[in-house]
Structure formats: structure tokens, C-alpha cells
Design a protein. Structure first.
Length: 450
């Protein structure tokens, strides 16, 4: 039973470069055009669009199927989408010039494609060729490095409204030949476009990677550029069992680090505020509060709330600037201190420990939770946000990889598992210890002091 009036399947099967595919012929643009047209006709809730894998008719792509009619459209272009929506989806008149009705020919082409594909896989296997996914994983640093270099050189800002490689090179004080090579590579990564010899930003690089945009993520992404240097030491760190850099260094850039934390917090504050709720919290401590993103979100949700942020001396001036910009200087105070050794205070209704535990060893976390317990009022809660590993510690992948990020960047930090967090909280005396799943890679652990 089809729950929607109509259901469209659009092939978006990615294939290696040089192999004909629907996305290579524009099926992703068709998806965007469909979204626009369905909204314009008020059909978003009537017509479901689903992406599909290869339908076996790649030479005739982009291919789209409309059910329940079972009409296969081929060689669809972005420009055809308004007609398909108004004629077929709205008025139920099939667009004859695009519909492929020769079922035997379609079946023959799809079957032939399938057989050729299986033969290709078999030949690769017999030749002992490295599988594509492993190959891609090993070379994944290349696009990453190209984009990080572009960010370091502020290429997307230098491209402006469109210019030549020579002008970009002059603007960033770099070699023209090498700059052009980098720009060409960025075009191949869909972060720039090239028309004749002029380079232009794409909509996304203009919005997210260029300094003249409100959503510019470059300051936060510079932290990832700094991480690159640390990750280059991973082999030595695995041998030694700890970071060879010995923690955060000057060139890591405290401001970039805090900007990155603030950027990460953007998509997480709502989930944290919803879980914590909006009642009964008047006095909270935000341990290692960084950019104060969570204190700001919680203060906005609870007019009675006063938050105190404890962080290191090098960070507190940045914290104060974020608080000032939010206009919450009266309700969010700051304090320089080391949460592992300095007094935490007392009688808090809530202590937030967001993105903190992964910096410390298991022993340090165990001791920290005991001190947090004592700093809470009766019925006060500790809320921990962090990557939380499954008991096997092998998933989620982002948390398992983040553990390596802590290996290369801290003395004894790591990602920890739910049983480890629960164990520290229970040992400190917390009751009602529980985990809350949030969308995205991080989760919450909560405990209450009875
Ligand atoms: C990963 S950031 C998390 C920031 C913020 N809680 C968030 O979730 O966005 C870690 C923060 O802890 C602070 N920090 C690290 N070690 C600390 C310590 N021993 N005492 C106090 N703050 C510390 C760092 O300066 C930084 O602001
Ligand atoms: S890639 Fe779309 S049909 Fe094969």
C-alpha cells in the first residue's frame, strides 16, 4: 500500500570518475529542482522523492521512475522538472517525450549493464586489485589537505566575485602556477567553478568558506587545519602512548579552538536545553565553558538562571567577549581556574561538563566527578556531554576516531564508553544515572545528587 499519492525514485548512484552515471549527468541538480517545484505546487506532502542506486540504464541517465504509474523517464534535465511536476504529478499527463516505454529494450540494457558490472568486479577481484573503498579511505587526505590549504590561504575570500588564478595568486602572495593548480583541484571538488579562465565560488563555498558571509566557518575550520599537524604525529603517538606535542601548543590558536567549539555547539545547544528542561535551575556551573555557548542557550531559556563559567586563564578573555556579545554579562560570570585542582564552589543546581572528559585520563575523570558531586546542591544534576562509545569502543566511528584526536593532542585523553561514564558517576555517589541520546555524534550522561 503506497502511503503517498505518487513516489519518485531518482538515481543518484555515484560512480568512479570517467564512468557514466546519473549524478555525473546532473541528477543531483534534478533533486534540487524537484524540491523547488514540488514546494511551488504545494505537493511536498503528497509526492515522496527517494534517491535510488543504479537502475542499470546509466547511458540513458539521469533516470527517474514515477510510481504508482511505473513510468520511467530518461535523459531528464533540470529544465524538464517543471514540466514533469505540472504535467505528470499534478495533471496526471505523462511527459511522452521523456518517457521510455520500450520495456524489452530497457530490460535488455539493464541486464546487460548488470552482467558487465559483475564481470568487472570479478576481473578486479581475480587481479587482486585493492577494493575501491579501501583505496579511497587511504587517499582521503588529498581532498582534505587541498581544502585546508585553501582555507589557510583564504582562497575563497580571494576569489571574490570571480577572478583569474593570477589575481588570486597576487592577492594571497603565492606562486601563480601553483595557485592555479590548487584552484583547478577545488573545481574538481565542487568548491569552485571555472568558466573560461575565471574562477567563481559555488553557492556553498560562498556561504560557508568566505569571509564576506555571515555563515563563514573559516575561523572555526582553522582549528581543523591545526589538527592536521598533530595528526601527522599519530604514528609516533601510538608508539609512545601519548601526545608527542604535550597538549595544546601556541600555534594551535586558542581563538580558533574556541571558535570551533562554538561552531560545534550551534547544532547541539537545542538538544541540551530540551533535555535539561526549563525549570528549577537557578545557579549553574559550566565547567570549561569555552565560548559559553551552552550557558548562553540555557540562560536564554531560563530567565532566572545565573551561570558561572570556570575555564583556563588563556580562554576566559575570549569567553567574556562571547558573553558580552550575547548581552548576558549580568547573568553569566566567569572565573579563571583549573577544574582538576581548584575549588569548584558549592550548591549548584546544575553542573555542565560539556566536551571535557575526553581531555582527561580515566583516573582524572573519576576524581573530577567526586568533586562535582560535592559541589552540587541536593537534587542537583550533573550533565555530561561528550562522544560516547559503545561498550566495545569500536563505534560510533566518529567517537572512535576522536579518541585518536585526543591521543595526538593530550597527555592521556580519549573517548570513553557509556559503562565508563556510568561507573565514574555511580562511584561518585550519583543516583538515577542515565544516558540521553541526541541527534549527531555526541550524547549526554546525567546523574542526580540525592
Ligand atoms: C573542548 S572545549 C569545550 C568547551 C565547551 N564546554 C563546549 O562544549 O563548547 C574544553 C574547554 O575546557 C577548558 N579546559 C581544559 N582544561 C581545563 C582545566 N583543567 N580547567 C578548566 N578548564 C579547562 C578549555 O580551555 C576549553 O575551553
Ligand atoms: S547510474 Fe543511474 S542508472 Fe546507472
Amino acid at each position: 500500500m503506497e502511503p503517498f499519492r505518487q513516489h519518485l525514485f531518482v538515481c543518484t548512484q555515484a560512480k568512479p570518475e570517467g564512468v557514466t552515471s546519473c549524478p555525473g549527468n546532473g541528477s543531483l541538480r534534478i533533486l534540487q529542482a524537484l524540491e523547488r517545484e514540488l514546494a511551488a505546487h504545494g505537493l511536498e506532502r503528497e509526492v515522496q522523492v527517494t534517491t535510488s542506486g543504479c537502475l542499470g540504464l546509466c547511458d540513458d541517465g539521469p533516470v527517474m521512475i514515477v510510481y504508482p504509474e511505473g513510468v520511467w523517464y530518461r535523459k531528464v534535465s533540470e529544465q524538464d522538472v517543471p514540466e514533469i511536476v505540472s504535467s505528470h504529478l499534478q495533471e496526471r499527463r505523462i511527459v511522452a517525450r521523456l518517457a521510455w516505454r520500450d520495456a524489452p529494450a530497457m530490460k535488455a540494457e539493464a541486464t546487460d549493464h548488470h552482467e558487465r558490472y559483475r564481470a568487472m568486479l570479478k576481473a578486479k577481484d581475480e587481479a587482486g586489485v585493492l577494493p575501491d573503498d579501501i583505496n579511497e579511505m587511504i587517499r582521503a587526505f588529498m581532498p582534505s589537505r587541498a581544502v585546508l590549504t585553501a582555507l589557510e590561504l583564504n582562497i575563497f575570500t580571494a576569489v571574490g566575485r570571480g577572478t583569474s588564478a593570477e589575481n588570486v595568486a597576487r592577492e594571497i602572495h603565492a606562486d601563480p602556477r601553483a595557485t592555479e593548480m590548487l584552484l583547478n583541484a577545488l573545481v574538481s571538488l565542487n568548491l569552485l567553478e571555472k568558466r573560461d579562465a575565471t574562477f567563481f565560488k559555488t553557492l556553498r563555498s560562498a556561504r560557508f568558506l568566505s569571509e564576506d558571509s555571515l555563515d563563514n566557518a573559516r575561523p572555526a575550520l582553522m582549528h581543523i587545519a591545526h589538527l592536521w599537524n598533530r595528526w601527522s604525529t599519530l604514528t609516533d603517538c601510538v608508539r609512545a602512548g601519548t601526545s608527542s606535542a604535550g597538549g595544546r601548543s601556541e600555534e594551535d590558536g586558542v581563538a580558533a579552538f574556541i571558535a570551533a567549539m562554538d561552531h560545534n555547539a550551534r547544532e547541539r545547544t537545542a538538544g541540551v536545553v530540551n533535555t535539561i528542561g526549563k525549570n528549577g535551575i537557578r545557579h549553574m556551573l559550566d565547567l570549561g565553558g569555552g565560548s559559553s555557548a551552552y550557558s548562553i542557550a540555557l540562560a536564554r531559556a531560563m530567565p532566572e538562571l545565573k551561570s558561572e563559567i570556570l575555564d583556563l586563564g588563556e580562554v576566559i578573555p575570549l569567553t567574556q567577549e562571547y558573553v558580552r556579545k550575547a548581552g548576558l554579562g549580568e547573568r553569566i560570570s566567569t572565573r579563571v581556574g583549573d577544574m582538576l585542582h581548584d575549588p569548584l564552589g558549592e550548591n549548584y543546581d546544575l553542573i555542565l561538563v560539556s566536551a571535557i572528559c575526553h581531555m582527561f585520563s580515566a583516573e582524572e575523570n573519576r576524581a573530577l566527578f567526586q568533586r562535582i558531586y560535592k559541589a552540587l546542591a541536593h537534587h542537583g544534576r550533573v550533565v555530561v556531554q561528550d562522544f560516547i562509545l559503545e561498550p566495545s569502543k569500536t563505534a560510533p566511528r566518529q567517537a572512535a576516531l576522536f579518541s585518536l584526536n585526543m591521543l595526538v593532542g593530550t597527555k592521556a585523553g580519549a573517548s570513553y564508553s557509556e559503562p565508563e561514564f556510568a561507573n565514574w558517576l555511580n562511584a561518585a555517589g550519583f543516583s538515577d544515572v542515565r544516558r540521553v541520546h541526541l541527534p549527531g555524534p555526541s550524547g549526554l550522561m546525567i546523574g542526580t545528587r540525592i
